[in-house]
Design a binder for this molecule. Structure first.
Ligand SMILES: *Cc1c(COP(=O)(O)O)cnc(C)c1O
Length: 437
């Protein structure tokens, strides 16, 4: 490794790590891409070796519900790109959120969450987590002080999205990280829509980053997956709020994760307890597809952002469009935050309001031919959705409006096709939306 003038090893660049981190040539076969280790279990040398693996005193593989070499390569790559200490990959983005909170929460406790989140996260936190007696307190993220005001003594975390799905909302991570630090609790940032190419929350003070790798990291709409990345900087022993990390773990004859593993405590806990007992392991095949996707993440994100900006400008000037919510437009209220936190571009997912309300929104979505009408983002293909009738359908009118998913709202995830073709398709669909059914 080359050295800089101070004699410290030089950190390879982002593009280099996107291709190489976690995946050196296979030492046995020389295979240059990361092999897909499609195995459930791993042979022990002898009983003593098995025992030390089960005690977590030797590093190695036991069973693929906990760890797998292909999945481990993905974990190392995502951690490297986010600037984190380590990562735990999961079967989906929602599983990453579940496993992260499972390490932090006990029944009867609460956490603060932005009210501008991916609709699925609002439902997971507000409805399903309540069955574990974990309580999300939703806060308007536009004023960071709202988080300080909503804190209670039993809050265990603050959760926000760096770039919020679907409305192109940019969050003031640095200000909210300060509030979390003062309260002695971790800030968790969902960085799915920005990706570490555009925004690295850990550099702004976040403690944990979660991803749906299903979206831009994988990038091709072909593999579900998730990951949580730990900065390794949070001091779990600064208070008595996190016994899963600091108190003796009965399932490991009293092992204390923080005392034993230090800055890898959360990553070890989420695998050895979270994945082991909840079970949402990522498949090696999906880890392979996601690793391959990440190799082109920098190039894809550049083009995603360029195409999205061109489409946003076209829509802003279109007579059938009321408003466009893309933080990359200078007129957008989040433009200054976007320049600070994601100077390389404001991503490719945004919303616009079509004139004519619910019916016109449905008509635009149904009239597109190139853009696919489906519930996903972060594909090479351009995608279109009417949140009020789909992803945000389970919410109340008030929650929908607060989440930026009112009746007239159309969500786009701009892909990598020729931008003229994307614009032409939207133009004809908007024209049809003017006709009465
Ligand atoms: C899709 C998504 C999730 C959930 O991820 P899955 O992989 O679908 O479980 C969470 N957060 C954001 C921002 C998302 O877009």
């Amino acid at each position: 490794m080359s050295e800089d003038t101070k004699g410290k090893p030089r950190q390879p660049g982002f593009e280099t790590r996107a291709i190489h981190a976690g995946a050196p040539p296979d030492p046995v076969t020389g295979a240059r891409t990361m092999p897909i280790y499609h195995t459930t279990a791993y042979v022990f040398d002898d009983v003593e070796h098995a025992a030390s693996l089960f005690n977590l005193s030797t590093f190695g593989y036991i069973y693929s519900r906990l760890t797998n070499p292909t999945v481990a390569a993905l974990e190392e790559r995502v951690a490297s790109l986010e600037g984190g200490r380590g990562a735990t990959a999961t079967a989906s983005g929602h599983a990453a959120q579940l496993v992260a909170f499972f390490a932090l929460m006990a029944p009867g406790e609460s956490f603060l969450a932005s009210r501008k989140l991916y609709g699925g996260s609002l439902t997971q936190f507000g409805r399903t987590f309540a069955k574990f007696d974990w309580h999300a307190i939703f806060v308007d993220p536009d004023d960071p002080e709202n988080f300080a005001r909503a804190l209670t003594p039993n809050c265990k975390a603050i959760f926000v999205e760096s770039l919020a799905n679907p409305g192109g909302v940019v969050t003031d991570i640095e200000a909210i990280a300060r509030i979390a630090r003062d309260a002695g609790i971790p800030l968790i940032v969902d960085n799915t829509l920005a990706t570490p190419y555009l925004c690295r929350p850990i550099e702004w003070g976040a403690d944990i980053v979660v991803h749906s790798t299903t979206k831009f990291l994988g990038g091709h709409g072909n593999a579900m997956g998730g990951a949580l990345v730990d900065s390794g900087r949070f001091d779990w022993a600064q208070n008595d709020k996190f016994p899963a990390l600091t108190a003796p773990e009965p399932a490991y004859h009293g092992l204390r994760f923080y005392e034993t593993f230090g800055d890898m405590a959360l990553i070890m806990q989420t695998k050895a307890v979270g994945l082991r007992d909840l079970g949402p392991a990522l498949s090696p095949m999906n880890a392979f597809l996601t690793l391959t996707g990440i190799e082109t993440l920098p190039l894809r994100m550049q083009r995603h952002c360029e195409n999205a900006l061109a489409v946003a400008r076209f829509l802003e000037a279109h007579p059938r469009v009321d408003w466009v919510s893309y933080a990359g437009l200078p007129s957008n209220p989040y433009a200054a935050l976007a320049r600070k936190y994601m100077p390389g571009g404001a991503g490719a997912v945004f919303t616009f309001g079509v004139k004519g309300g619910y019916d016109a929104g449905v008509k635009v979505v149904e009239s597109c031919e190139l853009l696919s009408h489906l519930a996903n983002v972060g594909d090479t293909r351009s995608l279109i959705l009417h949140p009020a009738s789909t992803t945000h359908r389970q919410l109340t009118d008030e929650q929908r409006t607060a989440a930026g998913a009112g009746p007239e709202v159309v969500r786009l995830s701009i892909g990598l096709e020729s931008v003229e073709d994307i614009i032409a398709d939207l133009d004809q669909a908007l024209g049809l939306s003017a006709t009465r059914p």
